[in-house]
Ligand binder design. Structure first.
Ligand SMILES: [Zn+2]
Length: 467
């Protein structure tokens, strides 16, 4: 008789405890009963295989395209309702959504969350994208995580520093992040468009082409903008517009502020100090440079903060003098001029002359001196001894000489045709200092003569008894 196979051996290692419990069953299954049991197991297995085939499932299609499989049509219809609201039933009625029965064992049921997302995408035309968020708010979407990163990198590179500047850190004033999000297909931007949108605050474009005769001011006024707005919208624009030049009329309201911390080292001049020394060999009106000054140089390192390209802070981090400046030494005279006038004046021209205008109000103007008509070339004399403190052109006075006579008195000679003295020169009473002429604001040859006392103009005729 062949050895009977114990079926439990095939089941693998059972614990001893289970083994003991199973002992009566084991006995039962031996012999002829083994065949009957085998048939029962076969039937069970058959049932398990056939049952799913008889269970129902559906392929869910939106606009003719299968988006998933469900065993629960009602739940799926509820999702549609959730996504489309009142329009859900209408959409189904219009045939956008269809359910095709499929054998359950042939398909893998789509998990509810995935089903919801696929329905939303298909029904609303949404697509998986990456939204760039600013302070938690989604601003703009791009196609992928890599593109989102490219936008962030692009923003940081949007305001390149000046040459010779070292960028220490680039950050954002706002919190800029990105996360996956479902958005409408037409809302997905290219990397470049997303960068521009985040920096301009709008997708709107308005371009103006410069025409003959335009200025920043006229363009701003015509478009209800301020010149400052126009400059903001067109960084680096200058007043010198070119015909045909394109100007942006949209004032940026950026979502993102790119903060750039930079360092720049430059060589700067150190101005030379000026020192004065008293010198008794020089007159009080004299100055002489004894040692010419020379500027020094220093290396200055600035810390610069820019926000979207605009400098908002600039401070000196370090300053090292490379070359010390040379102090300029100037000698200033202390010697009082010895020339003091006689205290009496003589008539300033060699001939009598006709007084054509007196001191005082003349029409709407004030006449600060006396006009003495005389032919061009008539010698003009120093009314008193003194020093020339001015000799040259002086506005309406034309060619003009001013003499200082000490004790606060001075005389002025205007409209001369020729000046015959130099500044600083000593003159004696009666010395010819120039010739009568008609230079400056004058209608004919005459001498305009003024007397000043303590810097105030006086009536010259008061000083001459015989007039
Ligand atoms: Zn005059």
């Amino acid at each position: 008789m062949p050895r009977k196979v114990n079926p439990w051996v095939a089941l693998g290692k059972l614990s001893e405890k289970v083994h003991r419990k199973m002992a009566p069953l084991k006995a039962f299954l031996t012999g002829q009963r083994l065949l009957a049991a085998g048939i029962a197991v076969f039937l069970l297995l058959l049932l398990a295989g056939v049952l799913p085939m008889t269970q129902r499932a559906w392929a869910v299609s939106v606009d003719g395209e299968i988006i998933g499989w469900t065993a629960d049509k009602e739940a799926t219809a509820a999702y549609v309702q959730e996504i489309l609201g009142q329009d859900g039933a209408a959409s189904e009625a219009a045939g956008r959504i269809s359910y095709t029965p499929v054998p359950r064992n042939r398909i893998e049921i789509t998990p509810p969350e995935a089903m919801k997302e696929k329905l939303a995408c298909a029904l609303l035309g949404l697509t998986e994208a990456w939204a760039i968020t600013v302070d938690g708010e989604a601003c703009v979407a791009v196609a992928s995580e890599e593109e989102a990163q490219a936008v962030v990198d692009g923003l940081k590179a949007a305001f390149p520093p000046e040459e010779g500047t070292m960028v220490k850190e680039i950050s954002f004033k706002e919190e800029v992040a990105f996360a996956p999000e479902l958005v409408k297909e037409d809302q997905v931007h290219s990397v470049q468009a997303a960068i521009e949108y985040l920096l301009r605050g709008t997708d709107e474009m308005r371009i103006y082409e410069v025409k003959q005769g335009d200025s920043l001011w006229s363009i701003a006024r015509a478009h209800d903008l301020r010149v400052a707005d126009l400059e903001k919208a067109n960084p680096g624009v200058s007043e010198r517009l070119q015909i045909g030049q394109k100007l942006n009329l949209i004032v940026p309201k950026p979502f993102v502020t790119v903060v750039s911390r930079e360092e720049k080292t430059v060589t700067e001049n150190v101005p030379f100090p000026v020192e004065t020394v008293k010198d008794s060999s020089l007159y009080t009106y004299e100055r002489k440079v004894r040692t010419p000054g020379q500027p020094g140089s220093k290396k200055v390192t600035y810390s610069i903060v820019r926000e979207n390209g605009q400098v908002v802070a600039r401070e000196v981090l370090d300053s090292v003098v490379e070359k010390e400046p040379v102090t300029q030494v100037v000698a200033v005279g202390t010697r009082q001029p010895a020339i003091v006038g006689t205290g009496r004046y003589i008539w300033p021209i060699s001939r009598e002359g006709v007084i054509t205008s007196r001191y005082g109000t003349r029409g709407r103007e004030f006449h600060g001196g006396v006009d003495i008509a005389a032919p061009t070339g008539t010698p003009v004399r120093a009314a008193d001894s003194g020093r020339v403190i001015f000799a040259g052109w002086k506005g309406g006075y034309g060619k003009c000489v001013i003499l200082e006579h000490g004790n606060g008195s001075a005389t002025l000679y205007g409209h001369l045709s020729q000046i015959m003295v130099k500044e600083g020169q000593k003159v004696t009473q009666g010395q010819t200092i120039g010739l009568v002429g008609s230079t400056g604001k004058s209608t004919g040859p005459h001498l305009h003569f003024e007397i000043m006392q303590g810097g105030v103009r006086k009536d010259p005729l008061k000083y001459f008894n015989h007039k």
